[in-house]
Ligand binder design. Structure first.
Ligand code: ATP
Ligand code: MN
Ligand code: MN
Length: 365
């Protein structure tokens, strides 16, 4: 029997024999177990198992009632045989799962470090950021160098106030090139979250095609604020044939829009609640992770829907389109066999799918 879940020490509470605590935290024990198992299977590249446990965890998070006993779990949608087996194990053995990938969490919390690199460092015997920084045999990518340099800022979450201030900077930079450019904050903030790990933007121009090259122009406008950036552009154009040949489980793959994963410098004086604040190093700015995505106007609604998340919501919506409607939905469009169904707004997309429109605040699956 082991030990600790990443967020809460649930097992000791259980051992204390405090019945009311056991009952009210039953759901959390399950959720933690499912999260850990999902992570474990992601690490072992078992996509099917990973998705099954992610979905199970999401189902528990979305319940409007408290799970008080194991019978409450019976008949819940999306709990497959593996998930039920895990519930039985927890029920009989009070096991709490810990996956090896949790040991690497310190390293994967560095921008630019994935599970494989974290595992390599861990196997080398490295156990702290200081040890990583001091190891002269490691070759860091530019992204990892930035991740280490701005580590403290990046792991502290971004507030809505800060997101709005970054939004103003990005808007100003875009509008200098095209006064009509549409600049929208997406991701968790669009779903009404008060804090996030980054600020996501969809930027486009009213005229199709005018968005080409906009990213480079915006980046060149942000010279003072741009601490790090890695633009992505695809050499081959996007085609429906290619999307249709991808398997349905691959529906969350990267889209083909021009985009950039960046770190911007945000002056604290621009955030109304932090005007005269400095951090412990006397720094009067904070490094903020920003994602900029530039779709053409004819894909705008799909890109907006796709980048607003949550990831689980996107996965389930795509699965619904695929399984129930025999259509294909991704960040570029919605296809009925090979016909492109056009949409100007997210409402149009929900209507094509025969679904009631869901406000972004209702997409926090
Ligand atoms: P957080 O507050 O942690 O940032 P979030 O919901 O905004 O939460 P992000 O990782 O910023 O999470 O992603 C926002 C959404 O953008 C996701 O739900 C996902 O659907 C989409 N997304 C993220 N990365 C990619 C990518 N590389 N390609 C396509 N879509 C992506
Ligand atoms: Mn985000
Ligand atoms: Mn993001």
């Amino acid at each position: 029997v082991s030990v600790e879940s990443r967020h809460r020490l649930v097992y000791p509470t259980y051992k204390m024999g405090n019945i009311s605590v056991i009952v009210s935290s039953l759901c959390f024990i399950m959720q933690d177990a499912f999260d850990v198992l999902a992570e474990h299977f992601e690490f072992n590249e078992n996509k099917g198992h990973c998705l099954a446990f992610m979905r199970a965890s999401s189902v528990l998070k979305s319940l409007s009632y408290t799970i008080r006993n194991y019978r409450d779990l019976e008949g819940l949608a999306c709990l497959g045989p593996q998930t039920k087996a895990v519930i039985q194990v927890i029920r009989h053995c009070c096991v709490i799962f810990i996956s090896c990938s949790q040991l690497y969490f310190l390293f994967t919390s560095i921008f630019g470090v994935g599970l494989k690199t974290a595992e390599k460092w861990y196997r080398k015997g490295l156990r702290s950021l200081d040890e990583v920084k001091a190891d002269t045999s490691l070759r860091f990518t530019k992204m990892q160098k930035a991740g280490l340099l701005y580590y403290d800022d990046i792991i502290s979450s971004v507030s809505w106030e800060e997101a709005k201030a970054v939004g103003q900077i990005v808007k100003d930079a875009c509008r200098r090139f095209d006064p009509d450019a549409a600049v929208v904050i997406t991701g968790g903030f669009r779903r009404g979250k008060e804090f996030g790990h980054d600020v996501d933007f969809i930027i486009t121009t009213p005229e199709n095609g005018k968005e080409v090259g906009l990213l480079q122009k915006v980046l060149s406008e942000l010279t003072y604020q741009l601490l790090y950036h890695r633009p992505h552009s695809f050499s081959h154009p996007y085609s429906i044939a290619q999307v249709c040949s991808e398997s349905p489980t691959n529906l969350m793959s990267m889209d083909h829009f021009e985009k950039c994963f960046a770190i911007l410098k945000l002056k604290k004086e621009l955030v109304s609640s932090k005007q005269s604040e400095k951090d412990i190093n006397g720094k009067d700015w904070k490094a903020i992770r920003v994602d900029l995505v530039i779709p053409p106007m004819n894909c705008y609604a799909f890109a907006l829907l796709g980048w607003s998340g949550s990831r689980q919501f996107e996965r389930d919506l795509r699965r619904y389109a695929n399984v129930e409607k025999k259509m294909l939905l991704d960040n570029h469009g919605l296809y009925d066999k090979t016909t492109f169904l056009s949409a100007k707004t997210e409402e149009d997309i929900f209507a094509h799918l025969g679904l009631e429109y869901l406000d972004p605040s209702e997409r926090n699956a």
